[in-house]
Design a protein around this ligand. Structure first.
Ligand code: NI
Length: 228
């Protein structure tokens, strides 16, 4: 399942992160430094050095919003989050079809994180560039994604995806991965549907006994399926 999260970070934070990323001394490097042997030949973009102070500080700003976003928590059931990275695509830059690596090693901590979900947080508005759509192919078909600055898309890291060539302007984004408590996409999706139903019952004061039973089922499934 794919989920878009409108306004994951607010406008002020977009502006503050962009001013640092757009500065002339920002530590941009060739994007191929973090690509595997299959991704490198199709990857043509730039990234902020993962070990820079800028990546750490801007990443923390993003994570502080992510941690208190109820929609994200319900959908992703996060266990570990890879430190956010930042990329940009100028004219002619692109990232061809690929599947993200299954396990990433955080350069900051040396810790291994299984990539169950990928996130792209858009940091440039669609008016700033042409092309640059994120195209995701999953079992439900092909999805073309281009969102406002501050909006994010969460999708299975197992899906084939690409970034279309940018033909005007610059596409700036943050991207990173989530290790979920629930490895299986189908199980995670059932839990998200149940949680959404429970939240509606909470808001509409439905049958209290039925609501309590449903909450119990949710936690008992979470107990059976989760890995911590
Ligand atoms: Ni990717």
């Amino acid at each position: 399942m794919i989920l878009s999260i409108p306004k994951l970070i607010d406008r002020d934070t977009v502006t503050s992160i962009r001013s640092r990323l757009d500065a002339s001394d920002a530590p941009w490097v060739d994007g191929r430094v973090s690509a595997g042997y299959s991704g490198a030949p199709v990857k043509l973009n730039q990234q902020i050095s993962e070990v820079s102070q800028l990546a750490a500080e801007a990443g923390d700003q993003i994570l502080s919003f992510l941690e208190r976003n109820p929609l994200f928590i319900s959908f992703a059931l996060p266990n570990q989050v890879y430190p956010p990275m930042f990329n940009r695509y100028g004219e002619g830059m692109t990232f061809g079809n690929h599947v993200d690596g299954g396990v990433r090693i955080s350069p900051a901590t040396g810790r291994k994180i299984r990539a169950d979900l990928s996130i792209t947080l858009f940091l440039a508005d669609p008016s700033e560039y042409d092309g640059g759509e994120l195209v995701i192919e999953d079992t439900y078909g092909t999805h073309e994604v281009k969102l406002a600055a501050g909006d994010a898309i969460v999708y299975p890291a197992s899906s084939l995806h690409r970034v279309q060539p940018v033909t005007r302007g610059v596409r700036v984004a943050s991207f990173f991965w989530i290790q979920s408590l629930i490895r299986n996409d189908g199980q995670r999706s059932i839990l998200h549907d149940m949680d959404t139903a429970i939240q509606r019952l909470n808001a509409t004061s439905g049958d209290e006994d039925a609501r309590r039973t449903l909450v119990g089922c949710y936690h008992n499934l979470l107990r059976q399926w989760s890995e911590t």
